[in-house]
Write a protein that binds this ligand. Structure first.
Ligand SMILES: Cc1cc2nc3c(=O)[nH]c(=O)nc-3n(C[C@H](O)[C@H](O)[C@H](O)COP(=O)(O)O)c2cc1C
Length: 216
């Protein structure tokens, strides 16, 4: 797949098939993502992929924690709409307005899928060392997007979601991570259920002239 096609076909996939992604494909996707630029070529990122038993345990323990009302404690603090600029907040409101009817049209699938971490067969956890600086977080965001585009290029769909990292201690325990490793983000990877409205939905973007100024 050409890179421009990958940019335009990648989309948030919120319901995956059970079909596993081959280890070689997962490895190739992460290897592709390593081409991401970083401050001084620091490559601060680490990746731990949960599949099979470790992922089954994470899904079960996340569900149990949620059912028990356990407080979320993501390593990168959760933010709310009010924490954003007026422009960003308006965009979020617009997105919610277009996405909510999709959820409501098949709310069973949405909530069931989310409660099972989208039923993804693999989750790539993106890790940083303790107390990461702003540029490492910037670099990790770029790494995340390269990873998702590489996945798209290899026929694998993805979802980056806060839901995957809201109980980071569970992730650290199940994946044998060290206590100082920051579980910054999770990217669900797999093959989408194409018939689900959740996956057919496409978010839109503001017109480019609202975010771009070219000065001669
Ligand atoms: C940092 C981050 C956190 C996200 N968390 C969630 C989430 O908790 N639940 C969800 O359904 N989507 C989540 N998303 C996906 C966004 O809603 C999605 O990327 C956005 O609406 C644009 O749609 P697209 O990815 O299909 O282009 C998250 C995306 C990012 C980058």
């Amino acid at each position: 797949m050409e890179i421009i096609d990958a940019i335009h076909t990648r989309h948030a996939t919120r319901a995956f098939q059970d079909t596993p992604v081959p280890i070689e494909t997962l490895t190739a996707i992460v290897s592709d993502a390593q081409h991401t630029p970083s401050w001084g070529n620091s490559q601060s990122w680490q990746v731990a992929i949960a599949t099979g038993n470790s992922l089954a345990n994470i899904k079960q323990r996340f569900a149990d924690a949620s059912d028990a009302g356990q407080a979320e404690n993501a390593d990168l603090e959760k933010v709310h709409r009010g924490d954003f600029s007026t422009f960003a907040s308006q965009n979020m409101g617009h997105w919610v307005g277009t996405f909510r009817p999709v959820i409501e049209s098949d709310s069973t699938t949405y909530w069931d899928s989310r409660a099972h971490l989208y039923r993804a067969p693999a989750i790539a956890y993106l890790l940083l060392d303790h107390d990461p600086n702003s540029w490492s977080i910037y670099d990790l965001g770029a790494f995340s997007e390269t990873l998702m585009l590489a996945a798209a290029g290899r026929g694998v769909q993805s979802l980056v979601s806060y839901e995957l990292v809201k109980y980071p201690d569970i992730v650290r325990e199940e994946l044998g991570l060290r206590s100082h490793q920051v579980v910054a983000m999770g990217v669900a990877l797999g093959y989408e259920q194409p018939d689900k409205k959740l996956n057919q939905y496409r978010s839109d973007r503001v017109p480019v002239d609202q975010i771009l100024r070219i000065v001669d």
